[in-house]
Design a protein around this ligand. Structure first.
Ligand SMILES: [Zn+2]
Length: 192
């Protein structure tokens, strides 16, 4: 039996948190701009998505992920400490329009949103999406060269069709950000 092709799309907002925006402890230059664009996009395109989720870096004791002398590759200044103001979503994001938050990195580094589990009941992101029949995901957020990349590659591995909303992504470094986008494209993501 063959039914009609049903496409169901989710928007994944990756780590649009205060610490990753200007004024935060690990700020990206375009963080505020991206948060503003995404907030406006949430209001203008609700009909495009069957679900909207957000990931949050949420550190309790992440070991060597934090360092007083960070190398900005594997170790970083203290950021997104659980329940701190820096871990909160950027104020331009409409949190009332997010269906679920997925937190990651409590006790170790976690770049991919797919390492996150739901705040309400600890469901892993992939299971949550599958339970809602999601086949396609649009991904945007911070940072292009780290958590957006890792989330995108994991989404592809999990079998979702993936689009990256490149104008709504902020990189730590523009060069590594551009390289990351190439890598996501090569892996099968559509870049919009
Ligand atoms: Zn982190």
């Amino acid at each position: 039996m063959k039914g009609p092709h049903i496409m169901s799309r989710a928007l994944i907002l990756v780590d649009v948190q205060k610490d990753f925006c200007p004024g935060g402890t690990l700020a990206t230059a375009r963080g505020d701009e991206v948060a503003g664009l995404l907030g406006a996009f949430q209001l203008s395109h609700p009909q495009d998505f069957d679900a909207v989720v957000a990931t949050q870096d949420w550190h309790i004791d992440p070991g060597s992920h934090f360092s007083d002398s960070p190398d900005f590759v594997d170790s970083w200044p203290v950021h997104c400490v659980a329940d701190s103001d820096g871990a909160a979503m950027h104020e331009k994001i409409h949190t009332d329009r997010i269906d679920e938050f997925f937190r990651k990195g409590q006790y170790s580094a976690a770049y991919s949103g797919f390492e996150g589990t739901a705040v309400s009941d600890d469901t892993p992101l992939v299971d949550w999406l599958h339970a809602r029949g999601i086949t396609d995901v649009d991904i945007a957020g911070i940072a292009t060269d780290h958590c957006v990349k890792a989330t995108t590659l994991d989404a592809l591995k999990a079998g979702f069709r993936v689009r990256v909303l490149t104008g709504f992504c902020a990189a730590v470094d523009t060069k590594t950000g551009d390289r990351a986008l190439e890598e996501m494209h090569t892996a099968g993501a559509e870049l919009l």
